[in-house]
Design a protein around this ligand. Structure first.
Ligand code: GDP
Ligand code: MG
Length: 177
């Protein structure tokens, strides 16, 4: 839900979802702390991070939730989605299976999430040009068909990460205001 905060005009909750290893935690740490980790550690302790984002003359506090590795067991519960106005649905463009699984993630979103949730489809690891298994236009086509925003990112090289979050938050702001 959007509500007022001391310094901010709005607080938006958004969630990161997608298969294990696609780069969700790094997309969050890159955005919130400008950090990247080469090793893959399931998130320990950190449930969410905050980041203030300016949209026009409004200051929005984005509260972004990361999984603690539950996605491995397909055990993300409805409470994870509760109150979320946005979702970043991430696949790894070097692993086609993570793209094929988007269908399942979209089903889950439709089951648990608000119908007007803003969903940004993110194809991550665009820096791995030689390992690409999913073409950009495939991601774009799926997004168009499902009515999602779309972006290819690299958490490693910090490409389009800020843009993806900004797009999500701006869209949420347009819908809720
Ligand atoms: P999560 O399981 O979805 O949270 O994925 P992680 O953020 O833990 O990342 C999984 C692995 O992919 C780690 O080894 C990361 O270093 C790596 N990784 C994440 N994002 C990128 C990226 O943009 N490019 C490359 N080359 N590797 C990435
Ligand atoms: Mg993670």
């Amino acid at each position: 839900d959007a509500f007022n905060d001391d310094e901010c005009d709005y607080l938006f909750k958004a969630v990161l979802i997608g298969d294990s290893g696609v780069g969700k935690s790094n997309l969050l740490s890159r955005f919130s702390r400008n950090e990247f980790r080469l090793d893959s550690k399931p998130t320990i302790g950190v449930e969410f991070a905050y980041k203030n984002i300016r949209v026009g003359d409004k200051l929005i506090k984005a509260q972004i939730w990361d999984t603690a590795g539950q996605e491995r067991f397909r055990a993300i519960t409805s409470s994870y989605y509760r109150g979320a106005l946005g979702a970043m649905l991430v696949y790894d463009l070097t692993r086609r299976a993570t793209f094929d699984n988007l269908r399942k993630w979209l089903e889950e979103l439709r089951r648990f999430a608000n119908t007007d949730m803003v969903i940004v489809l993110v194809g991550n690891k665009s820096d791995l040009v030689d390992k690409r298994e999913v073409e950009e236009k495939e991601g774009r086509n799926l997004a168009e068909k499902e009515g999602l925003c779309f972006m290819e990112t690299s958490a490693l090289e910090n490409v389009n990460v800020e843009e993806a979050y900004l797009e999500m938050v701006t869209k949420i702001f347009e819908i809720t205001s």
